[in-house]
Design a protein around this ligand. Structure first.
Ligand code: NAD
Length: 337
C-alpha cells in the first residue's frame, strides 16, 4: 500500500483525498489544513487524520473542537508521497519541506513548470514521471487539451491546434471572485498560457490558444480547431475519441445543450459533488472541413485533474504502468458514463 498525504484541503485537495481513499493500492495517511472550517469538519467526519499545516494555528483547531493528529511535518515524514493541493505559488514554498523529509511530491497546475522535474498528464506522458521526485499535474484546461490532442496526434498527426478557451470566472464556492458581470478577453494578448502549458506535455506540438473569462462557475468550454496531417472522416474521429476512457462524447439524443445540463446529468448519475472527470465533447460538433477538425468540449475545472493525480502517484512510486494505473483509477472512482 502506498502511503499518500494531502497538503492543502480545498477544492482539489478534498477530491484527491476521496479518490485516493478509494484506491485498492493506496492508504490516505492524512490531510493538512491551515485552519478549521467546514472542510476540516468534514475531513474528520470522513475519518481522515487531520494535520495542522501551520503549527502556531494548532490552538484554533482545539478551540473549534476539531481533533488534530499532528503537524504537517509529521504527516510528510510518514508518507511515501505528498500531493500538494495548496493555492498557486504556495506549493513552491512547500517544496523545501518535502525535500527535507526526502518525500516525493506532486504539485498542481497553478505552480510554475520550472518548479518540477516533469509536468504530467496520464494519457500524454505517464512514462516521463516514472521515478521523478517533483511532478506537476497540469491544470484543468491543459489536462482537457492533452487528453484530446494525444489520440489525434498519434492517429493522424497534428499540423496545428487552435483553441479558444471560454473560462469560468471562478469555482462555485469562490465568493472572492465575484460578484461579476462581464466578458473578458483574458489575457488580451496572445497566446494565453494554455498553449505553452500543453507544450510541457507535448513539446513539439504546434498550438495557439486564446483565453476568455465569463461570469460562470460551472465549467470551462473550449472551441477547438485542429488541423490534421492525415484527413479522417467525421465518423472515424468520433470512433477514435469514443475509445478514450476519459473522453465522453455527449450523444445528441441526451439533449444536453450546455454546462448546466451536464452538471444536472452528473447529479442524476449520483456523481460525488456532481463531478465530471471526463472531457465532455459534443458529438454533434465534431466536424471536418478539408483537413480542419472542429469541435466543442466542456471541462469540469474542479474534477478533471483528480484521476490524473491518482495516476501520477503510481508513476512517481513506480507501482503500475500507464495502462494498469488508468484502469485501476477509472474503476475505483467510477470514470465513464
Ligand atoms: P483552494 O483555495 O480551493 O484550496 C487550497 C487549500 O489550501 C485551501 O483549503 C487553503 O486554506 C489551503 N492552504 C493555503 N495555504 C496553505 C498552506 N501553506 N499549507 C496547507 N494548506 C494551505 O484552491 P484549489 O482550487 O484547490 O487550487 C489548488 C491548486 O490546484 C492550485 O494550484 C490551482 O491552480 C490548481 N487547480 C485548481 C483548479 C480549480 O478549478 N479549482 C483546477 C485545476 C487545478
Amino acid at each position: 500500500m502506498s502511503k499518500v498525504a494531502i497538503n492543502g484541503y480545498g477544492t482539489i485537495g478534498k477530491r484527491v483525498a476521496d479518490a485516493v481513499a478509494l484506491q485498492p493500492d493506496m492508504e490516505l495517511v492524512g490531510v493538512a489544513k491551515t485552519r478549521p472550517n467546514h472542510e476540516a469538519e468534514t475531513a474528520v467526519a470522513k475519518g481522515y487524520p487531520l494535520y495542522a499545516a501551520i503549527e502556531e494555528r494548532l490552538p484554533l483547531f482545539e478551540e473549534a473542537g476539531i481533533e488534530v493528529a499532528g503537524t504537517v511535518e509529521e504527516l510528510v515524514e510518514s508518507a511515501d508521497i505528498v500531493v500538494d493541493c495548496c493555492p498557486s505559488g504556495i506549493g513552491a514554498d512547500n517544496k523545501a519541506l518535502y525535500e527535507a523529509y526526502d518525500t516525493p511530491a506532486l504539485y498542481q497546475g497553478g505552480e510554475s513548470a520550472d518548479l518540477v522535474d516533469v509536468s504530467f498528464n496520464a494519457r500524454g506522458n505517464f512514462e516521463q514521471a516514472e521515478g521523478a521526485d517533483h511532478v506537476r499535474v497540469v491544470s484543468c484546461n491543459t489536462t482537457g487539451l492533452s487528453r484530446l490532442l494525444a489520440p489525434l496526434q498519434e492517429e493522424y498527426g497534428v499540423k496545428k491546434a487552435r483553441v479558444t478557451l471560454v473560462r469560468r470566472g471562478g469555482d462555485p464556492g469562490q465568493t472572492s471572485r465575484g460578484p461579476i458581470n462581464d466578458i473578458l478577453p483574458n489575457p488580451v494578448t496572445l497566446p494565453s498560457h494554455h498553449g505553452p502549458d500543453v507544450n510541457t506535455i507535448f513539446p513539439d506540438l504546434a498550438i495557439d490558444t486564446l483565453g476568455m473569462k465569463v461570469p460562470a462557475t460551472l465549467m470551462h468550454t473550449h472551441s477547438v480547431n485542429v488541423q490534421l496531417e492525415e484527413v479522417p472522416t467525421e465518423e472515424e474521429v468520433k470512433a477514435l475519441l469514443a475509445e478514450e476512457s476519459r473522453l465522453f462524447l455527449i450523444p445528441p439524443e441526451y439533449d444536453i445543450d450546455g454546462a448546466g445540463k451536464l452538471k444536472e446529468f452528473a447529479m442524476d448519475r449520483d456523481r460525488p459533488r456532481a463531478d465530471i472527470w471526463e472531457n465532455c465533447i459534443w458529438e454533434e460538433s465534431i466536424s471536418m472541413e478539408d483537413d480542419d477538425l472542429y469541435l466543442f468540449q466542456a471541462i469540469h475545472q474542479e474534477s478533471d485533474v483528480i484521476p490524473e493525480n491518482v495516476d501520477a502517484i503510481r508513476a512517481v512510486l513506480g507501482t503500475a504502468d500507464r495502462e494498469a494505473s488508468i484502469e485501476t483509477t477509472n474503476e475505483a472512482i467510477g470514470v465513464g458514463f
